[in-house]
Design a protein around this ligand. Structure first.
Ligand code: GLN
Length: 280
């Protein structure tokens, strides 16, 4: 079968799925991933012959998409802050919104020589690893999930040469150090918000998305209360949350003794990050 004929059929299948915004683009990603045919070769060699087992591989990927599996879980890859991260069903897929948190952290950290950085609820490690890829720092990545940490380790290996400490910990339970900055994108969706996320988002680990409390701030509350003990004098806490939670998060920071509290908007102009500074 010619690649181009397979392409037409697979695109027709993909187009039946409302999750797929751009079927030709997804085809080219799937073909590169499952057949090893580069995007360029797909364009310049449309007549290339593919075997029936190759066609089955393409079909298998397309069927996974029909079943709402995110493209990133099929290719096991996601680009974040210009870096290629491994992802699995045990980790959240890094989102462009979260790049706001990285930018905010980098902006502060450029003035501190080799700061101590903690990425709490790290998942893939995206936030901490993106920071470490841009400045020299001492990095700790922590998560409650052993399964997620297998992916963290892979990313730390491929992107920062394993130059970090990885800890399996329920928030600060196993963390004793003090940091210049704590960055975190913890679970913060309410059950109600979760009930209306897309089928695709439902394929991501619920434990990484939902904080089991009416306002979704259960885990963020714990982080805000426990952080001061783990920050150096003048240290920063930067938290990603939903735009409907930023005002309350700012209040919680203030109540916990944080100063210079600010809310930062993401690229979509929505309030996304809340930050404060702790003076011991
Ligand atoms: N922003 C993510 C979403 O809406 C949620 C991320 C999180 O809970 N940490 O899917």
């Amino acid at each position: 079968m010619r690649l181009n004929d397979a392409k037409k059929e697979i695109i027709a299948i993909l187009s039946n799925n409302s999750d797929v915004e751009n079927a030709p683009r997804e085809f080219s990603i799937i073909a590169e991933f499952s057949l090893g045919i580069s995007k360029l070769d797909q364009i310049i060699k449309p007549d290339i012959e593919i075997s029936s087992s190759d066609y089955q591989k393409l079909l298998e990927c397309a069927n996974q998409r029909l079943n709402h599996t995110p493209l990133s879980y099929i290719t096991q890859k996601r680009e974040f802050f210009g870096l290629d991260f491994y992802v699995s069903e045990n980790t959240l897929i890094p989102r462009p919104d979260t790049e706001t948190l990285v930018e905010e952290a980098l902006n502060e950290l450029k003035n501190i020589p080799c700061p101590d950085v903690l990425d709490l609820c790290t998942g893939t490690g995206a936030i901490g690893i993106a920071i470490k890829s841009n400045i020299s720092c001492t990095l700790t990545l922590s998560d409650i999930s052993e399964e997620a940490l297998k992916i963290t380790k892979k990313n730390a290996h491929s992107l920062i040469n394993d130059d970090c400490t990885i800890i399996c910990s329920d928030l600060f339970a196993k963390i004793s150090k003090k940091f210049d900055i704590i960055v975190t994108n913890p679970p913060y969706l309410t059950q109600e918000w979760y009930s209306i996320v897309t089928d695709e988002v439902k394929k991501e680990p619920k434990s990484a998305l939902v904080s089991d409390n009416n306002d979704g701030l259960d885990i963020i509350r714990k982080i805000i209360i426990q952080s001061p003990k783990h920050l150096k004098n003048g240290g920063f806490l930067m938290i990603e949350c939903d735009y409907r939670q930023t005002a309350l998060c700012a209040k919680l920071l203030s109540k916990a003794g944080f100063k210079e509290i600010k809310i930062v908007k993401d690229l979509a102009n929505k309030e996304r990050v809340v930050r404060g500074t702790y003076y011991a």
